[in-house]
Ligand binder design. Structure first.
Ligand SMILES: [Zn+2]
Length: 314
C-alpha cells in the first residue's frame, strides 16, 4: 500500500511538470495563460555547491554523478555534450615520467572506470579547435573544493558566458571536464591517446584550469612552457605571472606538441599555502564564489578577444 501511494505520488509529480503551463496571477487564480517552462542552467553558486556536495575520487559514484550533472548543465546551455567513459589502469611514477602514454603498463585488468565530459557547439571542420578543460575529480575522499571544484565551476560558468558567441569565433571551442586527473592524468591521457592524427592536427591549444578562486594565497598565474598561446594570453592579461611547474591535464596535450597552459590563482609558493589541507578538504574553507565569477570573466574575455593569427608562426 505504501508503495502504491509512492507510485501514485510519483505519477502526480511527473504529470504536474507537464501541467506547469497554467500560470497564476497575483490573486492566486488561474488565468490559464500558456507560459513555457524553461529550465535554465544553475547559477554559479548553486553549481559550485552541487559540484562539491560529494567526494569525487577516480572511479567513484560521486565522480560519476558529477559527470552527469556537468553533462546536464552543458546540455541546458545548448551544447552538444557527451559522457565518454574510459578504463583506468594501475600506473606508477616511473612509467609516468618515462613512458607517459603507456595507459596499461602492467598489462592488468582496469582498476576503475571513469568519464570525460566533452561538449561542443557549432563545430566547423574548417576551423582549428582550442580545448578549454578542468578536471572534476578530487583526490582521496576530499570534496575537492579548491582542487578542483573551483576550476570546474569556473569552466562551467565560462561555458555559459561564451555560448552565445561561439558561432562568430574564428576557432572551435571544445569544453572538456576530465575525470581521474588525480590518478596520473588518466582522463586527459586517454582523451589525447584516442585522437587520430587529423584530430590532433586540428587542436591548436589546451587551456586548462586547475585550482582557482581562493580567498587565500590568491595570485594570478599561468603555468606553462612559453609558447605563442601563452604569449597571447599574457598580451591580453599582462598582470599575470608565469610559473613552469606543469602539474595537470595540460601536460597530456603538451606531450603531443599542442601548446598548452594551466590557469591557476593559487600561489603554491605562498608561505601559508597548505597542500595537505586541500587533499583532506572536507568542507569549503578557501573558495570564494565572487572570485569564481571573476576568473570565469577573465577566461571569457580571453576567448572572445584572442587573435588566432597570433597563434601561428609567420
Ligand atoms: Zn588539480
Amino acid at each position: 500500500m505504501k508503495n502504491l501511494i509512492i507510485i501514485l505520488f510519483s505519477i502526480l509529480l511527473l504529470t504536474s511538470c507537464e501541467m506547469s503551463n497554467v500560470s497564476y496571477d497575483d490573486s492566486g487564480t488561474s488565468n490559464n495563460e500558456k507560459t513555457e517552462t524553461v529550465i535554465k542552467p544553475d547559477d554559479v553558486e548553486i553549481a559550485f555547491e552541487k559540484i562539491i556536495s560529494t567526494s569525487r575520487k577516480s572511479g567513484s559514484d560521486g565522480e560519476y554523478s558529477t559527470a552527469q550533472y556537468l553533462d546536464e548543465q552543458l546540455t541546458l546551455m545548448g551544447y552538444k555534450s557527451e559522457i565518454v567513459p574510459f578504463d583506468v589502469y594501475r600506473n606508477d611514477i616511473d612509467y609516468y615520467f618515462n613512458d607517459f602514454f603507456n595507459i596499461n603498463p602492467f598489462n592488468e585488468e582496469p582498476i576503475a572506470t571513469s568519464n570525460n565530459v566533452i561538449a561542443e557547439k557549432d563545430f566547423d571542420m574548417n576551423k582549428k579547435t582550442i580545448v578549454f578543460s578542468a578536471h572534476y575529480d578530487a583526490s582521496r575522499n576530499s570534496i575537492g573544493a579548491t582542487d578542483n571544484g573551483s576550476g570546474t565551476a569556473v569552466l562551467l560558468e565560462t561555458a555559459k558566458l561564451i555560448e552565445p558567441y561561439i558561432k562568430n569565433l574564428d576557432y572551435n571551442v571544445r569544453i572538456i571536464f576530465f575525470g581521474s586527473e588525480e590518478y596520473y592524468l588518466s582522463g586527459s591521457k586517454s582523451y589525447v591517446s584516442n585522437l587520430d592524427s587529423d584530430e590532433l592536427d586540428n587542436i591548436i591549444g589546451c587551456f586548462n584550469i586547475d585550482m582557482t578562486s581562493t580567498k587565500e594565497w590568491r595570485k594570478m598565474f599561468i603555468d606553462c612552457k612559453e609558447s605563442l598561446f601563452s604569449n597571447e594570453f599574457l598580451r591580453l592579461n599582462p598582470s599575470f605571472e608565469t610559473m613552469t611547474m606543469g602539474a595537470s591535464d595540460e601536460i597530456s596535450f603538451f606531450k603531443k606538441d599542442i601548446m598548452s597552459l594551466r590557469f591557476t590563482t593559487v600561489d603554491i609558493f605562498d608561505e601559508n599555502f597548505d597542500s595537505k589541507a586541500l587533499v583532506d578538504e572536507s568542507e569549503n574553507e578557501y573558495v570564494e564564489t565572487e572570485f569564481i565569477k571573476e576568473d570565469a570573466n577573465i577566461i571569457f574575455n580571453f576567448m572572445k578577444n584572442l587573435d588566432i593569427d597570433n597563434l601561428y608562426n609567420n
